[in-house]
Design a protein around this ligand. Structure first.
Ligand SMILES: Cc1ncc(COP(=O)(O)O)c(C=O)c1O
Length: 422
């Protein structure tokens, strides 16, 4: 069951992580509650580092999930962070006092964000469009810096993934199409304040087939080879994120070595000068290590062909099911339940008929109000996408390591939900 946290065990139906009972934890910390198996995240970081080598530049995609303690853990392992907003930058800066190993991505970078990044000695900026080149030049020059930049190329490769998480292809908003990438390269090359440092793609999420990375790197290296006159230094090939991470029912995750080999061979096919690989994994680092615990409320037996269980969270803590129909396997972890199961619809507490966490969840027939339900493969794009819809306070986030349970993000209070009101 590799979609589950590595250190998750069950004893008489009660779930434990590293020997800590999730039932006791839910009583102590309340629900909804995000829980991370911290050792599993550490393990994922080491597996990437072993597969891609110490020389690779790791830029964890903060968009999957970020908090200060995670930045510290990444930094301890010599990993940097891929950010797309001032808020993500501020999280990195306040945790480790530097943006040196940070990559700034995104389609819309505000002046304030660019200034914040450059004035704090930010690492690389990935250029998404021709428009932003003059903004970057102006702000780098004001800060008397020669800013390292990489060019994000949009290749028409797509990926075998859900259309909502597809991030390359000519019908997508991300990056520079290859036809105008050489114009961007020349502008950067001729700039006094920007330093051309590499090339970047992100071909989508949940990529199973390493050949797709290879193809992307072949195209990037061909492009650079064609424009070699504008390349003066060791170049970064940023292959993006999108490494496959299983949900319930998916086959085993891919071997990371296969991705690493594919990326290297794609580059070396057309590029013989020095280079460094950069990658931006997000989901594959945190998703399976994360869980959300809910308390079951009323159970409505009078609806349609299956009973509804109403839980104390929903689309404000995990918008993924409503946004793109993602399914998360649910367990009743209250202990001593019947083996016999039946199908329930599990609905969130929000005022949207689409707030269904799981349309068809098989749970013990004696599931009752007050039971604790555990939603799995919920470490990525859940807390990071959480909202205050219905002014519901955002839930707490905790980590569990081999010897302690610790807070990662505090639960919001009712007052926090109105703190910005005038
Ligand atoms: C540019 C970029 N890099 C990295 C990622 C992380 O992708 P994943 O979480 O699938 O690894 C994304 C996700 O959308 C992205 O847009």
């Amino acid at each position: 069951m590799n979609y589950l946290p590595k250190n998750l065990t069950f004893e008489e139906g009660v779930a434990f992580i590293n020997g800590f009972s999730l039932i006791d934890i839910s009583s102590e910390h309340g629900t909804p509650l995000y829980v991370y198996d911290w050792n599993h995240i550490e393990n994922n970081i080491s597996e990437f580092t072993n597969a891609f080598g110490e020389d690779t530049l790791y830029r964890y995609a903060a968009k999957a999930f970020i908090c200060k303690k995670l930045v510290e853990l990444l930094d301890k392992n010599k990993w940097g962070v891929d950010v797309v907003s001032g808020g993500e930058m501020a999280t990195v800066l306040s945790s480790i006092d530097t943006l040196e190993n940070t990559l700034f991505n995104g389609t819309y970078k505000t002046k304030e964000e660019v200034d914040f990044f450059i004035s704090n000695n930010g690492g690389h900026i990935s250029i998404d469009n021709l428009n932003e080149i003059s903004l970057l030049q102006q702000i780098a020059s004001k800060n008397k810096r020669k800013q390292s930049v990489i060019l994000r190329i949009n290749l028409d490769l797509g990926a075998e993934t859900h259309p909502m998480v597809l991030t390359s292809g000519y019908d997508q908003q991300f990056g520079l199409s290859i036809d105008i990438a050489d114009t961007a390269l020349k502008e950067v090359y001729n700039s006094d304040s920007l330093l051309f440092s590499g090339i970047h793609v992100h071909i989508g999420s949940q990529i199973k087939d390493p050949e797709r990375f290879k193809k992307a790197m072949e195209e990037c290296s061909l492009f650079l080879e064609k424009n070699k006159a504008s390349v003066e230094r060791e170049i970064v090939f940023d292959a993006g994120g999108g490494f496959f991470s299983p949900y319930e029912g998916d086959e085993n995750s891919q071997d990371l070595e296969a991705y690493s080999e594919a990326i290297k061979s794609g580059i070396e096919e057309n590029w013989s000068s020095d280079y460094k690989i950069m990658i931006e994994p997000g989901r594959a680092v945190v998703n399976n290590a994360g869980l959300i615990l809910y308390t079951a409320g009323a159970i409505k037996e009078d609806r349609g062909d299956k009973p509804y269980i109403l839980v104390d969270g929903g689309m404000s803590d995990n918008p993924r099911p409503a946004l793109y129909g993602s399914e998360h396997k649910l367990f009743n972890i209250s202990g001593n339940k019947k083996e016999e199961e039946k199908v329930f619809a599990v609905s969130g507490r929000h005022c949207e008929s689409g707030d269904l966490l799981v349309e068809e969840a098989s749970l013990p027939t004696d599931t009752n109000p007050g039971d604790i339900l555990m939603s799995t493969s919920t470490g990525a794009y859940t807390f990071a996408m959480a909202s205050n819809y219905n002014r519901v306070p955002k839930a707490k986030v905790i980590g569990i390591s081999s010897n302690e349970v610790f807070d990662l993000v505090k639960r919001q209070s009712f007052e926090d939900t109105l703190a910005q009101d005038s």
